[in-house]
Design a protein around this ligand. Structure first.
Ligand code: SF4
Length: 339
């Protein structure tokens, strides 16, 4: 018999912590953050730059923070404003995105910059406006709203969900998304919402890890349901599980797509590159499918002879019946990957 799913607690839309507890929790966590928070290049402190913060949050969606910190300064120096990015070609942005992975985010950021410029040039302040930008989901919209504009909204990603879920009910699987979001919104420090957002992120990244959380060092421990029950009782106090043997990265379509885009990054701006044929351990057919998918997603353009360029690199004569001039060999509806 399949295991019964955990009972979900929480009245959707109603926070669970008492107001008194929330205030004390804020004070403790913000005090911890002041002493132990990570100093990251894109945390602009008292000089909030909404565009730079939006760029950092889009980067951090699927890239490790250490890599974001390394790449963000040069990227925002190249595109310091939405206008600067909108004036560049998608190919320029994809080139500058090198090393961050999941290249579709570069394209989405270029589209977001274009949309921002079209509506006056300022990054939207409200959740609806932020959420309407390409590549910006509910978490990113709330993170930007709180960090860049000081709005008292709770940004819930997988780490914050784990932290607050453990505090409120002991297990994030036992609280509904709506109830968790209500708690996240209620617990925000209204005077320092951006600092609170960073503090919860850091707590989730450094102490409240998925396994072996460091409850003994955690400022939230006095209010934490998970810690009160005992870590071992929850089955997370033992040694970290051994990593499972996975398919070598070089064997994945993600690797192939990344290498194909890298080949185009290295090519002269207006040169078409013939990428046909096997690549690494991938067959010629797999390469052709990957190129078709990249073209369909708007990252590259293929000319009538199959030559490839990054999107917006130059005029490409289209293949009749194909929106971007690529040879449509991939079945309609095939899953698109984020790279
Ligand atoms: S006390 Fe432990 S489980 Fe609770 S928030 Fe802190 S690290 Fe996470």
């Amino acid at each position: 018999m399949p295991p019964r799913p955990p009972r979900v607690l929480g009245d959707p839309g109603r926070p669970a912590l008492r107001a008194l507890d929330r205030r004390a929790l804020r004070t403790a966590v913000l005090g911890w953050f002041a002493a132990h928070g990570r100093e990251l290049a894109f945390r602009t402190g008292g000089r909030p730059d909404p565009w730079g913060i939006l760029v950092a949050e889009v980067m951090a969606q699927q890239t490790q923070i250490a890599r974001v910190e390394e790449r963000w300064p040069a990227f925002v120096a190249a595109f310091p404003t939405p206008e600067a990015m909108a004036a560049a070609s998608p190919a320029d942005v994809i080139r500058a995105w090198r090393g961050l992975g999941y290249n579709r985010r570069a394209l989405a950021l270029h589209r977001a910059a274009t949309a921002i410029v079209a509506s006056g040039g300022a990054v939207p302040r409200d959740l609806a406006g932020l959420g309407a930008l390409p590549g910006v989901g509910p978490y990113t919209a709330r993170a930007v709203a709180s960090v860049a504009f000081g709005q008292p909204v709770g940004a819930v990603d997988v780490n914050v969900r784990r932290v607050l879920g453990r505090i409120v009910v002991g297990d994030p699987a036992r609280i509904s998304p709506a109830a968790l979001q209500a708690e996240a919104d209620a617990v925000v420090d209204p005077r320092r919402p951006g600092t609170w957002t960073h503090a919860l992120m850091d707590l989730g990244a450094t102490l409240c890890r998925p396994v072996r959380p460091a409850c003994g060092s955690c400022p939230a421990r006095p209010w934490c349901t998970f810690a009160a029950r005992g870590v071992d009782a929850a089955g997370l106090g033992g040694p970290a599980p051994r990593p499972r043997r996975a398919t070598p990265f070089e064997g994945t379509s993600r690797w192939l797509r990344g290498r194909l885009v890298d080949r185009l990054r290295e090519a002269p701006a207006d040169a078409a590159v013939d990428l046909a044929g096997p690549h690494g351990g991938h067959s010629a057919e797999a390469v052709e499918r990957a190129l078709s998918a990249l073209a369909r997603e708007g990252l590259i353009e293929l000319d009538a002879r199959g030559g490839a360029r990054l999107a917006g690199s130059g005029a490409v004569p289209a293949v009749p019946g194909s929106p971007v001039g690529h040879r449509a060999t991939t079945a309609p509806g095939a899953p698109a990957e984020l790279r």
